[in-house]
Write a protein that binds this ligand. Structure first.
Ligand code: MN
Ligand code: MN
Length: 489
C-alpha cells in the first residue's frame, strides 16, 4: 500500500530528478497566483494610449515595466520619443519606449522581445459585465482590459525569466526588450526610434519574437504573416449646402447617388474586387502552402455559429482561411455626411464621404494600389457623366508582412509548443494588420516570429476582454520553453 507520505516523497524525488525546464514548468505552476496578482496590478493602470487624459497612466505603466526589468537584473532606458500634437493644437508627451537589456554574453544567442502595455479604451458602460480595470476571475477566465492584448503576454515573458532566476538556472540567452505604450494608437514614435537604434541597440539581436496575437483554435499556433491595410476616402460634393428634396429633388445631380454607384463598383456579391490590376501583384499560391491550409484546425461551422451566419463567401475551410489571410479583401465602412439618425429626414446631403479599405497581401504596394483605385473610380465617375466634384484619397497605407516559417526560430517555436502542449503547432497568419512585425523585420533584417498565447475568443478591443488562466500559465511555460529552445541555435 502506497501511503501518502511515501507518495509525497516519490513526487519530491520525481521533481528533483526532472529536467531543468520541467523544474521551471513546476515553478510556474506553483506561482500562478502571484502571476495573476501581478496582472491585476497592471490591469488597474488605465493605460489607454488613445485617450490624452490618461497619458500619465501610460507613462506610469512604462515606468512599472522598466522597474520590473531592473528587478530581474536588467538595464533599462526609458527612451523619449517626442510629443504628440492634436488637431486642436494641444501637445502632450508621448510615453517613453522601454528599451531593456538582460545579459551580454557574446557566446549566447540574443533574442529581442517586442510587446505593448497600452490598451484600447474601456468603460463599464460599454457593456462590460465587470469593471474593465479590476481583474476579475470567473470560470477560469481573467477578465480585464489588456489581459490578452497585451499586458498578460508581456508579463508572461517577464515571469518566465523570473522562474529561471528563482531556480538559479542560468538564463540561456541574452534578452533585449522593446516595450511600447502607443501600439493601440499607431505606434507613434516607434518607427523612427527603431531606425535610429538599428546600428546600436538592435544591432546584435539574432531573433525577434512577438506575443501579441491569438491562436486560431484550441490548437497552439505560430503566426508568420499579417495583412497590410489601405484606407480610402471617396468624397463627392454636389452643392455648397444640404438641400430640401421637395425643392431640389429632380433638379440636381445628387452626391449620394453618385457615391452609392462608386461604392457599388468596388466589389461584387461574391467578394471579388472589381478594381482592374489588383490581383497582378498577389504572390501566387504554392502547393506547399495549400497543403499547410489543409492541416490547420479551424471549425467552419463554429465560426458561422458564433456570428449567426448561415452562409459564407467561400465553402471550404481552406478557401475561407485563404481569403482571410492570403488574398486581398475590400470592406465598405461608412458614409460621412449621410443622414443616419432615426426618423425620416428629407435631406439631400451636399457632401458625402465614403470610407472603404482594402487588406493587402504580399507583394501589393500601397502607392500602386492607391493609383489603381483612383484611376478606376475616376473612370466609373466619368462614365456617369456627373458634373459633381469627386476626390479620392488614400488616408493610410501599410504593407503586408510574411516571413519564412521554415527558419530556425520557427523550428524552436514548434519544439517549444510540442514540449508544453504535446501537439504540433498550427502555422497561421493574421487577417488584420500588425505593422510592427514588418517594421522590425524590415529594419533589422532578422527573423521575426509571432508566438501567441491568447485565445481566439479573448474579445480583444471588445467588451469583457479576457485571458484564460490556462492560456496565461501555459503561455508562461511556452515562452520559457521557447527561450530554452532558441538558445540552442
Ligand atoms: Mn496588441
Ligand atoms: Mn490591440
Amino acid at each position: 500500500m502506497l501511503t501518502l507520505a511515501v507518495f509525497s516523497l516519490l513526487l519530491h524525488f520525481a521533481i528533483q530528478a526532472s529536467s531543468p525546464l520541467d523544474q521551471v514548468f513546476h515553478y510556474i505552476d506553483e506561482h500562478q497566483d502571484d502571476y495573476v496578482q501581478r496582472l491585476k496590478e497592471w490591469i488597474a493602470i488605465q493605460s489607454e494610449s488613445g485617450n490624452p487624459t490618461k497619458r500619465e497612466d501610460v507613462i506610469r505603466m512604462m515606468q512599472v515595466v522598466g522597474e520590473m526589468i531592473k528587478h530581474l537584473g536588467g538595464t533599462v532606458e526609458l527612451t523619449d520619443v517626442g510629443n504628440e500634437e492634436f488637431a486642436d493644437g494641444k501637445i502632450i508627451p508621448l510615453p517613453p519606449v522601454v528599451l531593456g537589456e538582460l545579459g551580454k554574453d557574446p557566446n549566447k544567442t540574443t533574442v529581442g522581445i517586442y510587446g505593448h502595455v497600452d490598451v484600447q479604451p474601456a468603460k463599464i458602460e460599454d457593456g462590460w459585465s465587470t469593471d474593465p480595470y479590476l481583474l476579475t476571475e470567473k470560470d477560469g477566465n481573467l477578465y480585464g482590459r489588456g489581459s490578452s492584448d497585451d499586458k498578460g503576454p508581456v508579463l508572461a515573458w517577464l515571469h518566465a525569466i523570473e522562474a529561471f532566476q528563482a531556480l538559479n538556472q542560468e538564463l540561456p540567452v541574452n534578452l533585449k526588450f522593446i516595450f511600447e505604450g502607443m501600439e493601440e494608437s499607431g505606434s507613434k514614435g516607434l518607427d523612427e526610434l527603431l531606425k535610429e537604434k538599428n546600428e546600436t541597440f538592435l544591432s546584435n539581436i539574432d531573433y525577434i519574437v512577438i506575443s501579441d496575437s491569438a491562436w486560431l483554435s484550441k490548437k497552439p499556433a505560430l503566426t508568420y504573416g499579417t495583412r497590410g491595410l489601405c484606407y480610402f476616402l471617396v468624397e463627392v460634393q454636389c452643392a455648397n449646402q444640404d438641400l430640401h428634396s421637395g425643392l431640389y429633388g429632380g433638379t440636381v445631380h445628387e452626391a449620394m447617388t453618385d457615391l452609392i454607384a462608386l461604392l457599388d463598383s468596388l466589389v461584387n456579391s461574391t467578394g471579388y474586387i472589381l478594381i482592374p490590376g489588383i490581383d497582378s501583384d498577389v504572390m501566387p499560391l504554392t502547393d506547399e502552402e495549400r497543403v499547410l491550409y489543409e492541416g490547420i484546425e479551424f471549425n467552419l461551422e463554429a465560426f458561422k455559429r458564433t456570428l449567426d451566419i448561415t452562409e459564407l463567401l467561400h465553402k471550404t475551410k481552406e478557401d475561407v482561411l485563404l481569403h482571410r489571410w492570403r488574398f486581398p479583401s475590400l470592406s465598405i465602412h461608412g458614409i460621412e455626411g449621410a443622414f443616419s439618425g432615426p426618423g425620416a429626414k428629407t435631406v439631400i446631403p451636399a457632401k458625402v464621404t465614403g470610407k472603404f479599405s482594402i487588406r493587402l497581401v504580399p507583394n501589393m504596394d500601397p502607392d500602386k494600389l492607391s493609383s489603381q483605385v483612383t484611376t478606376y473610380l475616376h473612370g466609373v465617375f466619368a462614365a456617369r457623366g456627373s458634373p459633381n466634384r469627386l476626390r479620392v484619397a488614400l488616408e493610410y497605407g501599410s504593407k503586408a508582412w510574411v516571413t519564412n516559417f521554415t527558419d530556425k526560430q520557427y523550428d524552436a517555436g514548434r519544439r517549444a509548443i510540442r514540449k508544453v502542449f504535446g501537439t504540433e503547432a498550427d502555422l497561421i497568419r493574421e487577417g488584420g494588420t500588425i505593422p510592427v512585425a514588418r517594421t522590425l523585420q524590415h529594419t533589422t533584417q532578422k527573423s521575426v516570429m509571432m508566438l501567441p498565447i491568447g485565445g481566439a475568443d479573448d474579445g480583444i478591443h471588445s467588451q469583457n476582454e479576457k485571458l484564460s488562466r490556462n492560456s496565461y500559465i501555459n503561455g508562461t511555460k511556452l515562452l520559457a520553453a521557447y527561450i530554452a529552445e532558441i538558445s540552442q541555435f
